[in-house]
Design a protein around this ligand. Structure first.
Ligand code: SF4
Length: 498
């Protein structure tokens, strides 16, 4: 049986609260004060455990801390030498999900109970809270995963004999019990792991180009630059560009007349272009050239009199843009069931197009169903599902088979990221879509030793690295880079920003 994690609680009452969480970790009552903590640490250090959390109550130094708030220490210091602690980002967010207010900062460890005045005197050290055991106890972790979680019982400026102490004590103990649930999940998630990195992953050429267009426009023309819809479907990318001065709008009516507006990578319909001309907007078009290619095919098929079936997802901006090229000729089909029922007036002249970011195998099923109805169905000259979508799905298929869990970094609005989740699930592996490391739930990791990791075409690769770093706080991580190909595609920038 593998070693179990330990939770060290200095007071018997603290240990009782933490045991209420009934996790895998062994909750050990270690005794009050630095001497007992040092004795307990020596014993714990000799034991074979998987990791150590120190948990209990503390008193506030910072005025920002209220009774019942949690301090997840980033360092502990007994005045001789500080010990830096891991970021423990996954634990921090699990504590927040328990409804707790969490503060990050150093904890100062002292050798006796301090009154309000003595605590205030420690404010200059940078510590935000004080306790009497964490610095000694955490030594027992060695190089194993570790965390210090303390719940505030005394706010700054108040001593132990205040009439409010009993009430605050109850609040703090309740919060400690809730913290115990998160610590228990953390303890169950401790394990060495392998991360299989799917490649290619993250930004494609169209996304790179669209982001660079906004950045260049801001550089050349200054803020604000208006962008119609999210430039690419990723909350982090949008937030960064907002900070640089981009203003994202849903409709052109929100853009002041004569201002510069960028059309997103997903493309727009001719009607939107007409509106831009009518409002005398200065347009820079960031439509991905591979989306523009589908628009051109729609115009060509419509001009020769075909009825066009567009395979895609209703409401997606790319689909709206493509349908706008020939609204009276295009019928949207979302599934094989739709394809089996679609009714077109001229069955001899039917062609199909697809959204660029669909799941390849699912789309084949839809095309097959259409062909049964319309045997002369005309295909686009080259597959509309773009190279980046193909590559990311193929790369993920390769790792999903060998993984216990797949994590896809990408936003809920990102079609290609959601398709990656489906690809993993079709391969029989559970998969989760996460915006970033903060979304990783510790409960997902219980018993998981191999994680397949990828990112949708609109998600920055640094978010993938952050997930790996967050996993390292739970145990050793071996990273196996499984790139199936190298992408070299680049698209030129439009002349307005060259
Ligand atoms: S996913 Fe494909 S179509 Fe979409 S922006 Fe990237 S390269 Fe262009």
């Amino acid at each position: 049986m593998s070693a179990r994690p330990v939770v060290a609680a200095p007071l018997a009452l603290e240990a009782a609260m933490l045991r209420g969480a009934r996790g895998d970790a062994d909750v050990v009552h270690t005794g009050m004060g630095p001497q007992r903590a040092a004795d307990a640490a020596r014993t714990l250090a000799r034991e074979d455990h998987a990791g150590l959390a120190v948990a209990g109550l503390c008193a506030a130094i910072s005025p920002d801390l209220r009774p019942g708030d949690v301090v997840l220490a980033d360092a502990v210091d007994d005045g001789r030498r500080p010990t830096t602690l891991p970021a423990d980002a996954l634990l921090e967010h699990e504590l927040r999900r328990c409804g707790l207010r969490v503060h990050r900062g150093p904890i100062r460890c002292v050798d006796h109970v301090l009154g309000a005045r003595d605590r205030a005197a420690l404010a200059g050290t940078g510590a935000i809270a004080v306790d009497m055991e964490s610095a000694q106890l955490i030594e027992a972790a060695g190089d194993r995963p570790r965390a210090v979680v303390r719940v505030v019982v005394e706010p700054d400026g108040r001593g132990l004999l205040s009439p409010r102490t009993a009430l605050d004590g109850v609040r703090a103990l309740r919060a400690l019990r809730r913290s115990g649930a998160a610590i228990s999940l953390w303890a169950r998630a401790l394990a060495p792991r392998t991360v299989l990195l799917a490649g290619p992953r993250s930004f494609c050429a169209g996304v790179d180009r669209a982001i660079e267009i906004v950045e260049r426009a801001l550089e050349l023309r200054g803020a604000p630059i208006y962008v119609r819809k999210q430039i690419v479907h990723n909350v982090h990318v949008v937030a960064r560009l907002e900070q640089l001065g981009a203003i994202f709008v849903d409709e052109l009516a929100e853009v002041p007349s004569g201002a510069t507006v960028v059309f997103s990578a997903h493309g727009v319909s001719p009607e939107v272009r007409r509106q831009a001309v009518a409002r005398e907007l200065d347009v820079i078009d960031a439509t991905c050239p591979l989306v523009a290619k589908v628009h051109a095919e729609a115009r060509r098929f419509a001009a020769r009199g075909d009825s066009i079936v567009l395979i895609g997802h209703a409401g997606h901006e790319e689909v709206e843009g493509t349908m706008g090229e020939a609204p009276e000729k295009i019928t949207l089909v979302q599934s094989p069931e739709d394809a089996a029922h679609v009714a077109l007036s001229d069955p001899e002249h039917v062609s199909y197009l697809t959204q660029t970011t669909l799941a390849v195998d699912e789309t084949e099923e839809v095309v097959e169903a259409l062909r049964k109805r319309y045997p002369t169905l005309a295909a686009p000259p080259a597959d509309d599902i773009c190279y980046a979508t193909h590559n990311r799905q193929q790369a993920l298929r390769e790792v999903a088979h060998d993984s216990d869990l797949v994590l896809v970094v990408g936003s809920e609005t990102s079609s290609n990221s959601k398709r990656l989740v489906e690809v993993a699930e079709r391969a029989g592996t559970q998969a989760q879509l996460i915006d970033d490391a903060h979304d990783v739930r510790l409960a997902w990791l219980d018993g998981v030793r191999t994680i397949g990791l990828t990112a949708g075409a609109s998600a920055p690769d640094e978010l993938v690295s952050q997930v790996v770093e967050a996993l390292r706080d739970l145990g050793d991580v071996q990273v196996d880079d499984r790139a199936i190909t190298r992408e070299t595609t680049r698209f030129n920038l439009p002349r307005e920003v060259r």
